[in-house]
Design a protein around this ligand. Structure first.
Ligand SMILES: [Zn+2]
Length: 254
């Protein structure tokens, strides 16, 4: 059994805390104070830190976490010197009884990786700033083609995969998605669900791949609904790469 809790940081970041009977690990500790407080209050034993990409809001707490307890830091090959377990595509490792597989997903940053676990048929994915609920990350370092390819890699995971993203962007993402697909009824019902959750202060994550296939325009570039909408606005071809790029640029300026 894995217990997975979000620790809210900054405006809208989630630091994910995973606990089994073998201990706890944190994913993307952008800050340490709240994370350490949570560990202490719940008498949890930190056994490792996992990093998806180098951005400060995902890594800024590493130093202080290591002062609290010296543990291994797993992450991509980048300039974060505290990462002592550097990981590449296809790498496998096990921590607190969870078997992880690394998926390289460049685009948002060039070093970006995701942590996937099949978790005995209840798959879980930690994908940082690559897929959000109803959205995807901005393309800062890679190309649009790279980002699209990375999104497609994640899209090929089992549909029951629970997706733990790095930010609570769901509501604003859904507003954009409804602009792209005004007739998508699933979007409207997800929007209502999300408003109810947020009103109660409950995170809208994790989401599932099954739901994202219905409500995330960046995972729907092959559908005629998204294609028609993008082609109408930008006069692009309906090549999936071009649809993805135009959609991402549309969102950037939304
Ligand atoms: Zn980022």
């Amino acid at each position: 059994m894995i217990n997975i809790e979000p620790i809210k940081a900054f405006n809208d970041n989630y630091i994910w805390l995973l606990t089994t009977n073998e201990g706890s690990i944190v994913i993307d500790p952008g800050e340490a104070t709240k994370t350490i407080k949570y560990l202490k209050e719940n008498s949890l034993n930190l056994e490792g830190i996992l990093i998806t990409h180098h951005h400060f809001d995902h890594t800024g707490g590493i130093e202080d976490m290591l002062k609290f307890k010296s543990v291994d830091v797993y992450g991509p090959v980048n300039n974060i010197s505290r990462i002592n377990k550097q990981l590449k595509d296809g790498d496998l490792f096990s921590l607190i009884g969870i078997d992880f597989k690394i998926i390289e997903i460049p685009g948002h940053t060039l070093d970006h990786i995701a942590f996937f676990s099949n978790n005995n048929g209840k798959p879980i994915l930690f994908c940082g700033d690559t897929i959000f609920s109803s959205g995807c990350g901005r393309v800062f370092e890679g190309t649009f083609e790279q980002m699209h390819e990375s999104v497609l890699k994640l899209k090929s995971l089992p549909v029951n995969t629970k997706i733990y993203a790095g930010h609570e962007y769901t509501q604003s993402n859904l507003q954009f998605a409804m602009e792209v697909e005004p007739l998508n009824q699933k979007l409207i019902s997800r929007y209502n669900d999300v408003q109810n959750l947020l009103n109660k202060g409950i995170p809208t994550l994790p989401t599932t791949l099954e739901l994202e296939l219905e409500v995330n325009p960046f995972l729907r570039c092959q559908t005629s609904e998204v294609q028609k909408s993008v082609v109408k606005k930008f006069n692009t071809s309906n090549h999936e790469d071009e649809i993805f790029k135009a959609l991402r640029q549309w969102k950037d300026n939304y």
